[in-house]
Design a protein around this ligand. Structure first.
Ligand code: ATP
Length: 893
């Protein structure tokens, strides 16, 4: 159907909808059944079976299976079956880990799924975009991404950027009229808004004409399926490291085999042992465990209200050295109440808090005043209500605000004086509107009164309005905005701002009859200044502590705000952001500076005031050039470039536009600064946990290889048989490593400097820890073996069982050491209950393998005599306690 050629009511009829009340809920349900969900088909997903099979495609695992098969054919059935079982269990573990990682990533995607504003049964609702159907009436405004193909039926200065569809990055304006171009292309469809395009300016209302794969986007969806790589830098580095580790493990294994054969061991015996050792020593499961650790961390972050949209952000968060944050709504509550007013040289205060329109006005002498006697005050209040977009709706007993809190405050201050917006709109008809944007810092309406006179009413940042006003209203007369009059207004504004109030000025001008104003530049000049309203916006109570914690963690907090410099300074002072010799810079100074000039001073500045969103990019660049890892918040369309350029782009979940969210790596569900701090803390912890299990796994592997290598060099028999090695790899390594991934942060996690993003996996002494602990584990296992074997060479199986128990126990004790960068003694060893349980169950399984008769032939074990446990416990504790001892010695020194 050619909706672009129809007029609005024909479209309404064709789609069987109703512009005034939208679809009924029942009808919408029916339409979902007919048209399907409003989503684009995703590419083929990997099936569970394929994922399972892929667990066994590892080269060494295949070699092991082949070797096992041969040993089975040679009659070693029990060994063969046991090894295959262990390989299968290992595969299942890998499968579940990867599934879990995949599922939690999918759940994340759903959490940040787009929403759409639809009219259903006369009420405006926000629903998931996928539930929208043809015929739905929807509204959209600057910053929204259009959720389906829509025939526009109303528009206000609407501009849409369609580059996703047409490649054209300059926004085009859209209007409701009928299109008369014959056979228009996508780019000419001036009355249709397409799915996937974004509103860059103004607002509109329309009805959905196509959803899902039937949209213009759906028809080219195949071309668009380019999945973003979700690999984090650490994962990439680990993949590289993995290759090196595999080579090293293989070489060492080869060495074990060669020396073993030279020392007279059978080739077949050595090959099976070597392959098992290689399977055990190669940390093939590491990437999967890292992904699981990352995604578990992501789930924890959701609990503290931060949604990670891009997995690499989890890691980068731990490196953040500067947080640039918006003020309004992020550091403050964004619950505005007008408390002070000034007009024509007089000032007033008004009481009452929140959006309840009850309160009284007081004069300078603190005596109550009657608004009807105060002409200037009346005009200030009335025009503030007229040039306004917000509404107060009654919800149960309370009035709640629908719209911008700044405008809500102006609405409420006028209501306290008895004005009613509905009645006001009967007197003044709104002919046109130039919406607010953070760059102009103004908004205007063109209104006509009952006598047919036309006015422009503008409200906005006072310093901006002073600049575009040629006159000022005083005692009912217009004076020139110059000299004393000008100084007086500026002083009044600064006095309000120094009380940490957000200030909004109101101005107007009358238009000669018949004059048509086409754009805001023409409208917003030569105005007559009326006055200023000052509103409080209390800081969020938790922000002050969060700023302090960040400082202790070596992270600088920078406030970036569109507000007046004095207001910004006052609030920054209250929050402890302006500390030491940090400074404030305003947007004008910033505009005049090149990035390299800004770079020189940027680290001294902790408040940027009266800035436009465009400035944010410059700030990010300058900080990055100084070597900082920058987190930057934003909510509007204009914030998107800075959010994208920042190392961690953060969007607001409540106040943020779709465009800002899509550009971001992190979304704050509660728009709260303190949430950023929590996310950084979690980010640091996740990284530390990953280091912990890398340390544990690799030290264990080093121990396993070395015990075999030393035994071969000393011409001893194999101290462990293949099945024992595989068992250690599965039970002793796997479970505790996962539990380390869930460890709580160490106390000092927010007391040290941010990590450098260039830091390697083995930085800060990790490499040394892996090698030294691994060496000790290998040595004690060998000593345990020799203690038995040298005395009773005929008890080889018994000596192996003792070595096996020592290796397992040494690792299970060592795992507690891995919880801390400092020492096992610096934390309560039982603080991680997952770890305690995994260690207890690993130990119990080891006991079962040693003492349960049916398992003894499978694992080649013999029940250990109670006395020998003294030897085992003593030796296996050495690696951990030796190091704890040196730690204590150093401390007492
Ligand atoms: P931030 O979240 O960065 O702190 P902000 O809310 O302080 O943002 P803007 O929203 O860009 O910054 O507002 C800048 C100035 O514009 C405000 O100080 C105020 O004077 C004025 N202003 C804000 N909202 C409106 C509005 N709806 N209409 C007119 N003027 C406004």
């Amino acid at each position: 159907m050619k909706f672009h050629e129809m007029n609005a009511s024909q479209v309404e009829e064709a789609l069987n909808t109703d512009y005034s009340s939208g679809l009924s809920l029942e009808d919408a349900q029916k339409r979902i059944k007919i048209h399907g969900y409003n989503e684009l088909d995703e590419g083929e997903k990997q099936s569970a079976l394929l994922l399972f099979i892929s667990q066994f495609k590892d080269f060494m695992v295949l070699v092991l299976l082949a070797a096992t098969l041969i040993s089975g054919l040679l009659g070693e059935y029990i060994d063969a079956i046991a090894i295959i079982m262990i390989v299968l269990i290992n595969g299942c573990l890998g499968f579940f880990q990867e599934r879990k990682a995949e599922k939690s990533l999918q759940a994340l995607k759903e959490l940040s799924a787009p929403q759409i504003h639809v009219l259903r049964e006369g009420k405006w609702l926000k629903i998931p975009s996928r539930e929208a159907v043809p015929g739905d009436v929807i509204k959209f405004s600057s910053g929204d991404r259009i959720g389906a193909d829509v025939r526009i039926i109303e528009s206000k200065s609407l501009e849409i950027e369609e580059s996703a569809l047409t490649g054209e990055s300059v926004p085009v304006s859209k209007e409701a009229g009928i299109l008369s171009v014959p056979n228009p292309g996508l780019g000419d469809m001036g009355n249709i808004a397409f799915m996937g395009t974004m509103v860059t300016r103004g607002s509109g209302l329309g009805t959905i004409i196509a959803t899902g794969m039937k949209t213009a986007m759906g028809q080219i969806a195949d071309l668009l399926q380019s999945a973003e790589s979700a690999e984090t830098p650490l994962q990439r580095r680990l993949a590289q490291l993995g290759k090196i580790l595999i080579t090293v493990a293989l070489l060492l294994t080869l060495l074990v085999v060669v020396i073993g054969v030279i020392q007279g061991h059978g080739l077949y015996e050595m090959v099976l042992a070597g392959v098992s050792l290689a399977v055990a020593a190669i940390p093939e499961g590491l990437p999967a465990i890292v992904t699981v650790a990352l995604s578990l961390g992501v789930q924890k972050m959701i609990k503290s209200n931060a949604i990670v949209r891009k997995l690499p952000a989890v890691e980068t968060l731990g490196c953040a050295s500067v947080i640039c944050s918006d003020k309004t709504g992020t550091m403050t509550q964004n619950k505005m109440t007008v408390t002070h007013l000034w007009s024509g040289g007089k000032s007033w205060t008004v009481d009452g808090i929140g959006y309840q329109p009850e309160g009284s006005f007081f004069g300078e002498n603190k005596q109550p005043v009657q608004v009807r006697n105060e002409k200037a005050l009346q005009q200030l209040l009335m025009f503030g209500m007229l040039c306004n977009h917000s509404e107060l709706a009654r919800k149960e007993e309370e009035l709640v605000l629908d719209g911008d809190p700044t405008e809500g405050a102006l609405l409420v201050s006028a209501m306290k004086a008895g004005y009613d917006r509905k009645k006001l709109l009967e007197e003044y008809k709104i002919l046109n509107e130039f919406p607010f944007d953070s760059t102009r810092k103004m908004m205007s309406v063109v209104v006509q009164d009952r006598q047919g006179k036309v006015f422009i009413v503008t409200k906005g940042a006072p310093d901006v309005l002073i600049g575009v006003s040629s006159g000022i209203l005083k005692d009912g007369r217009v004076q020139t905005m110059a000299g004393e009059a000008r100084t007086e207004v500026i002083a009044a504004v600064e006095s309000l701002a120094s009380k940490a109030l957000r200030t909004i000025a109101v101005a107007y001008k009358a238009l000669p009859a018949g004059r048509v104003i086409l754009n805001e530049r023409e409208a917003e000049k030569e105005l007559t200044f009326i006055g200023v309203q000052g509103m409080i916006d209390p800081p969020r109570p938790e922000v002050k502590d969060a700023v302090r914690e960040c400082r202790e963690a070596g992270i600088i907090t920078v406030m970036i705000t569109g507000d007046h410099i004095i207001t910004a300074k006052a609030i920054a002072g209250q929050l402890g952001i302006l500390a030491g010799n940090s400074r404030v810079m305003d947007g004008k100074t910033l505009s005049g500076m090149a990035v390299d000039e800004l770079e020189e001073v940027v680290e001294e500045i902790s408040v940027f005031a009266r800035v436009s969103p465009e400035h944010k990019l410059k700030i990010v660049k300058a900080l990055q050039n100084r070597g900082h890892i920058v987190a930057m918040t934003g909510d509007g369309v204009n914030d998107a470039p800075a959010i994208k350029a920042a190392d961690i782009g953060i969007a607001m979940g409540i106040a943020g536009t779709d465009v800002a969210k899509e550009a971001s790596a992190l979304v704050l569900l509660d728009d709260n600064f303190a949430t950023i701090k929590s996310a950084i803390k979690e980010g640091r912890n996740i990284y530390e946990n990953i280091r912990k299990f890398i340390r544990y796994l690799l030290a264990s592997n080093v121990g396993e290889i070395l015990v075999m290598l030393f035994a071969m060099i000393l011409a001893l028999p194999l101290p462990l048989v293949p099945i024992q090695i595989l068992w250690v790899n599965l039970v002793t390594d796997g479970l505790p490593a996962m539990a380390l991934g869930l460890d709580k942060p160490e106390e000092n996690v927010m007391k040290r400097k941010p990590r450098s993003p260039r830091e390697g996996v083995f930085a800060r002494g990790l490499g040394w820890k892996v090698v030294s602990r691994g060496f000790l584990i290998g040595i004690v296992t060998l000593l345990a073996f020799m203690a038995i074997y040298n005395r009773h060479p005929e008890q080889l199986e018994y000596a192996r069982t003792v070595a096996f128990a020592t290796l397992v126990l040494a690792q299970l004790i060592h795992v507690f050491d891995c919880r801390s960068e400092i020492s096992v003694l610096s934390r309560n060893p039982f603080g991680n209950k997952y770890l305690v349980w995994s260690v207890v169950s690993s130990a119990a399984l080891m006991v079962a393998v040693i003492y349960y008769p049916p398992l003894q032939p499978v694992f080649h074990t013999i029940a250990i005599k109670p006395n020998d446990w003294l030897l085992i416990c003593g030796l296996s504790a050495i690696p951990t306690f030796l190091l704890a001892g040196t730690f204590l010695a150093r401390k007492t020194k």
